[in-house]
Design a protein around this ligand. Structure first.
Ligand code: AMP
Ligand code: ZN
Length: 487
């Protein structure tokens, strides 16, 4: 039994699909004018886990997942004006990047990824229908949704119309009957993209695309609607108003799920605040997609989360240990055939409890510690990590042991374009640590050794010391500059 927190009712509810032969989910996708930043990746990974869980519970072919691409938007027009490039060229390129980057995070592609520009006629049809039913009106070349015609407006986000009006700071266009009325269609001129319509040459407002696409691909009632919390108002409120007024016999979406924001120093990561870095930035620095995925899942989706180097380092450590446990050929174990590994019941239950991914990762840590490979592999797969891929990613980066008596040199292999390792420096440091440790063992004073060890850790190097050996493993946050300071 899956339980999900439904924003609509503000409660955790048992999930009962409309049709268990075809469970249907819609998630709002990106506006495609630039590389996705790390915050944009959070809903992708969160809803990917939900998609995987639904497929596990209901069957692989019994879940339909739709995520759109917003490829008509003023930010895209601005980018085209700024670069002199064709809009279609920009959106095609950005969609290609998006797929590349999200694939690297291990996210399955949705069953349908429609582009807004492919849905103009259905949007026009829905707008006509809304006008006919008395929920929308034409004014000054625009078509607006009349929020006063829909009693439940504001129910999802728990806002009242009068409070929303009071919060309205921007100057309100005088053709609006109510300041909260929102645009369904607007006129285009010059180089702006546009289509012929009953209201002249123009383009759709942002919200209508999700209503039109979900109706076409999932029907007038479907199960789950997801997106970031920043979309709850006004985007999702407006989607509900449009869809429920156009299709009064349907319920539109039954369960609304919202992920909290990825933050930087307490503020939402966003393009407009400039406090962002892209998924590609991290991948290019040599951070494996699995590490990014692991960190994103370490916080429950309904809590805000901070991205820190420390989390990244810890995720990498765990994933490397998993790769090491599973060995070079993770599926060939004489005692158990890991190809048939299944996720343990307690693990499925953790995910089924409103996607408790942080508990799921704790359980993975437990299976790792107890060397329960069968459970570990089953759990990893359900969460979208694959043993073969982990071994491949982390095997390459292993560093040779610095031998106890004779430092024969450190064999360092690098992964990713950004992970630049200075072999000589690392080798020297290995020797130095070796020497200091020998002295410390004799004198019983370990302070110098501990200081060097923590300086190495700060530079992003994992230090493993055992009686026989010292291992230095530069990780994802390895910083050559900090190594220079140690010399
Ligand atoms: P956008 O392209 O801005 O419409 O965003 C695409 C998706 O990313 C939406 O579901 C947003 O809610 C989500 N999103 C944007 N910024 C963040 C953030 N900082 N943390 C989590 N999700 C975000
Ligand atoms: Zn949407």
């Amino acid at each position: 039994m899956i339980k999900l927190h439904n924003t609509k009712t503000r409660r955790k509810e048992a999930f009962v699909p409309i049709d268990d032969q075809n469970v249907r989910m819609y998630v709002c996708g990106p506006t495609v004018y630039d590389r996705a930043h790390l915050g944009n990746a959070r809903p992708v990974v969160v809803f990917d886990v939900l998609y995987r869980l639904l497929r596990h519970v209901y069957g692989e072919g019994r879940v339909t997942y739709v995520r759109n691409f917003t490829d008509v938007d003023d930010k895209i027009n601005a980018k085209a004006a700024e670069t002199g490039r064709d809009i279609r060229e920009i959106t095609d390129e950005t969609i290609g990047w998006y797929h590349e980057d999200m694939d690297a995070l291990g996210a399955l592609r949705p069953d349908h990824a429609p582009r807004a520009t492919e849905y103009i006629p259905p949007m026009v049809a829905m707008i006509l229908d809304l006008i006919e039913k008395g929920h929308a009106y034409e004014a000054d070349g625009h078509v607006l949704f009349d929020v006063n015609s829909y009693d439940a407006y504001g129910a999802l986000s728990g806002r009242k119309l009068e409070d929303m009006r009071a919060g309205e700071r921007v100057e309100v266009a005088d053709y609006k009957r109510d300041p909260m009325d929102f645009v369904l269609w607007k006129p285009s001129s010059g180089k702006q993209p546009g289509w012929e319509s009953p209201w002249g040459y123009g383009r759709p407002g942002w919200h209508i695309e999700c209503s039109a696409m979900s109706l076409d691909l999932l029907g007038e009632s479907f199960d789950i609607h997801g997106g970031g919390l920043d979309l709850q108002f006004p985007h999702h409120e407006n989607e509900i108003a449009q869809s429920c007024c156009a299709n009064p016999t349907g319920d539109f979406a039954r369960y609304w799920l919202h992920n909290e924001m990825l933050q930087v120093e307490g503020k939402k990561m966003s393009k407009s605040l400039g406090n962002f870095f892209t998924v590609r930035d991290l991948l290019d620095q040599g951070v494996p997609g699995e590490v990014i995925r692991f960190v994103l899942l370490s916080t429950h989706y309904r809590s805000p989360m901070d991205w820190t180097d420390k989390k990244m380092r810890e995720a990498e450590k765990t994933l490397r240990k998993i790769a090491e446990l599973l060995g070079s050929d993770p599926l060939t174990k004489p005692w158990v055939d890991l190809r048939y590994a299944t996720p343990p019941q307690e693990f499925i239950e953790a995910l089924a409890n409103d996607l408790n991914t942080s508990l799921a990762l704790t359980l993975i840590g437990k299976y790792l510690k107890n060397r329960q490979e069968f459970e570990l592999v089953g759990a990893l797969r359900l969460l979208g990590f694959f043993p073969e891929a982990l071994v491949q990613t982390f095997a390459e980066v292993r560093i040779q042991t610095v031998d106890n008596s004779l430092v024969s040199g450190v064999n360092i292999q690098t992964r990713g374009a950004g992970l630049k390792t200075d072999m000589n420096s690392l080798n020297d440091l290995g020797k130095r640590l070796q020497k200091i440790r020998k002295e410390a063992m004799e004198s019983g004073n370990f302070s110098e050794m501990d200081a060097l060890k923590s300086a190495l850790t700060d530079a992003g190097i994992e230090v493993r010391m055992s009686k026989e050996s010292i291992e230095l493993i530069p990780g994802v946050s390895f910083d050559l500059a900090k190594l220079e300071a140690l010399k």
